[in-house]
Design a protein around this ligand. Structure first.
Ligand code: CLF
Ligand code: SF4
Length: 491
């Protein structure tokens, strides 16, 4: 039987924004930094505690993945089946595979240890919907045993139209589809084959069927009010110029969020792209593409390309603390109280942070000049500048302008501090990673890195230690702009 065919969408230049959220050219409604006042209340209620769907939430809330889905029904040229699904996790580490029962037990064990846990996702190590029985049994058990935790699913989309009703019945209101193309000519360079309707399809036919099923699934989900995030892997020379079209196509079908991720390509991973020398984009290329897609749709910039068994806040991975043997031997019980107390604490923190940011923005408004600068921040979470420079495994990057602050990405680095002493080679790499930033905001820093950063033209700002990130950045930017302006003449 030949598969059901629907036409692949070809965007028109003057297409109106069709984002499920406010999107469009609204004030700060663009970007996954959209907050309580930028989104309809029912959408805010769904995203406010989800670390991937809300940039604000990722400072406070943790996710975990349970690796219950080993099989896959397509081949992506950036994937090696020995590793996790690269559509929603970085390649390079094999997850411990779990039964649905052990996965549900693991969720309770992690929830007992990490009150920030708000979401459980199934993101591989193969495709969640190529393993529907395991995926849905796992969700069923979690929903029964820990009903306060949100369920999240990630898929390549091939089997999605067949499972939309089951997804809705389980109250899964966050689904990610990886969509790398809407044109089969591009798609055949990414997917050598798919397995569909008991048949292996190759080349352009495979890409056409996959694209059509993805679009059909996306439309069915958004018609049911389920929030859809679209992940796209940016592959220079293959789909980099095409992703703006993908952005238009998914936006017009009501996708909530678009996450354009860099291809991770390394010969050591044994993938087709790794072995044939296909490069990934530079951070600048990625930012340029993301900037060009912004303005009509929520754009995710805080993805960490985490593992299919990741546990913790997005910038951290505590998976090693929850090994299968340990979980199997544990006695665990459901207790939502610590998570509820934590969520109330976060509500108060957020309202304080919003007030502080609004006050600094008001002071900034009307400031002359069109300067834009990047700054780097070290943080352990909570939306505060609360990490020592030497302990940072990544920097969060913000763009500052007269419009305020905008989160634009993160840069991973090796910890400079090696237990009481600093490693000079690492410091060079750390400095290089943030060389385009005007300043680094940190809670504490030693004399040596302070000197090196100054030599590189990067100002060290430690006067806002433990303060909120965004209000501190805006205050610093305002003072910098004021001091750059000529003093008013006195009559
Ligand atoms: Fe997991 Fe994905 Fe759900 Fe998040 S991850 S299934 S939406 S709970 Fe998040 Fe990780 Fe990026 Fe994915 S940071 S790889 S976007
Ligand atoms: Fe690999 Fe995921 Fe692609 Fe399947 S969908 S081939 S597991 S990257």
């Amino acid at each position: 039987m030949s598969p059901k065919v629907i036409p692949i969408f070809v965007p028109q230049a003057n297409q109106a924004p069709g984002c499920g959220a406010k999107g469009g050219a609204g004030k700060s409604g663009c970007g996954s930094s959209a907050g309580e006042h930028d989104l309809p209340p029912e959408v805010w209620a769904k995203v406010k505690d989800h670390p991937c769907y809300s940039e604000q939430a990722h400072h406070h809330f943790a996710r975990m993945h349970v690796a219950v889905a080993p099989a896959c029904n397509i081949q992506c040229n950036y994937c090696n089946r020995k590793y996790d699904c690269a559509n929603e996790s970085r390649p390079g580490v094999v997850s411990e595979k779990l039964t649905p029962e052990l996965a549900a037990k693991k969720v309770l064990a992690v929830a007992a240890e990490i009150p920030q846990l708000s979401v459980v996702g199934i993101a591989g190590p193969g495709d969640a919907l190529a393993n529907p029985d395991k995926t849905f049994r796992t969700f069923n058990l979690i929903q029964k045993e820990a009903p306060d935790i949100k369920l999240c699913l990630s898929t390549n989309g091939l089997m999605l139209p067949d499972h939309v009703q089951a997804i809705a019945d389980l109250n899964v209101d966050h689904v990610t589809i990886t969509i790398n193309m809407v044109d089969p000519e591009v798609g055949e360079q990414i997917y050598p084959w798919i397995y569909y309707n008991r048949k292996r399809w190759k080349g352009r036919d495979a890409a056409r069927i996959l694209g059509e099923r993805q679009m059909e699934g996306l439309e069915m989900l958004t018609a049911k009010g389920i929030l859809v995030k679209v992940n796209s892997v940016m592959i220079p020379g293959v789909n980099d110029r095409h992703l703006a079209e993908v952005n238009q196509a998914v936006k017009s079908r009501g996708a909530f969020l678009h996450n354009i991720m860099p291809l991770i390509s390394d010969p050591a991973h044994g993938t087709h792209y790794g072995l044939t020398g296909q490069r990934g984009p530079t951070p600048q290329e990625l930012k340029e593409l993301q900037d060009s897609c912004e303005g009509g749709m929520n754009l995710m910039r805080h993805c960490r390309q985490c593992r299919a068994d990741a546990v913790g806040l997005l910038g951290e991975d505590r998976g090693a603390e929850f090994g299968t043997d340990k979980i199997a031997a544990m006695d665990v019980a459901y207790d939502p109280e610590p998570r509820l107390a934590y969520r109330e604490f976060v509500e108060r923190e957020r309202s304080d942070q919003d007030a502080a940011r609004a006050s600094e923005l008001a002071a900034l408004s009307g400031q002359a000049g069109d300067e834009k600068v990047l700054v780097a921040v070290t943080t352990k979470g909570g939306g505060r500048i609360n990490q020592h420079f030497g302990h940072a495994g990544e920097f969060q990057i913000y763009e500052l302008s007269n419009a305020g602050s905008k989160f634009v990405g993160h840069r991973k680095v090796e910890n400079y501090c090696q237990g009481g002493w600093g490693e000079e080679d690492i410091l060079e790499d750390v400095t290089a990673a943030i060389k385009d930033c005007a300043a680094v905001f940190t809670s504490k820093i030693g004399l040596c890195p302070r000197k090196d950063l100054a030599t590189a033209g990067i100002e060290v700002v430690d006067g806002y230690a433990h303060e909120y990130i965004e209000s501190s950045l805006i205050a610093w930017f305002r003072q910098r702009t004021e001091s750059a302006q000529p003093a008013a003449s006195v009559a």
